[in-house]
Design a protein around this ligand. Structure first.
Ligand SMILES: [Zn+2]
Ligand SMILES: [Zn+2]
Ligand SMILES: [Zn+2]
Length: 145
């Protein structure tokens, strides 16, 4: 936890942002819940528990800054709503249910191999990738039957 906060502090610092106590509390919640994909409102509810002074506008503003700096990753759902997660040191991909919004994380070496093939084929240095598959999750599929 401390190590990650230090890392984020450095990223913020080199972009002229200070680590305020509110920022730190938002980060703490994100780090503690690494596996979760938060909407801004959901994150707000969690941060409020450790810092009742934080407002929703602060959460929005910081999520924007964090996403810009690559500290958080923003998942779009057809432009309707957004979810956020900590992206540092967590490489993975997403299956997103278009019906209920459930997000399933996965990692597949085949995709990483595919990246190496692309690099070779196009002589292109790939620095990052994001992979999202949209569909219908098991629960939603069962409901239809
Ligand atoms: Zn679903
Ligand atoms: Zn994720
Ligand atoms: Zn990958």
């Amino acid at each position: 936890m401390e190590k990650l906060i230090e890392k984020v502090t450095n990223i913020l610092g080199s972009n002229n942002y200070k680590i305020t106590s509110q920022r730190k509390d938002i980060l703490k919640v994100l780090i503690k819940n690494k596996e979760r994909h938060f909407s801004a409102e959901e994150l707000y509810e969690e941060v409020k528990k450790i810092n009742p002074d934080v407002g929703l506008a602060t959460i929005y503003r910081n999520l924007e800054i964090f996403s810009e700096l690559g500290i958080t990753h923003q998942l779009d759902f057809d432009g309707n709503f957004k979810k956020y997660e900590l992206s540092l040191e967590r490489h993975h991909h997403h299956l997103i249910c278009k019906n209920c919004g459930k997000i399933i994380e996965f990692n597949d070496d085949v995709l990483e191999d595919f990246e190496k093939d692309l690099e070779k084929h196009y002589n292109f240095k790939i620095v990052d990738h994001q992979i999202k598959f949209y569909g219908i999750c098991q629960d939603c599929k069962n409901e239809d039957e």
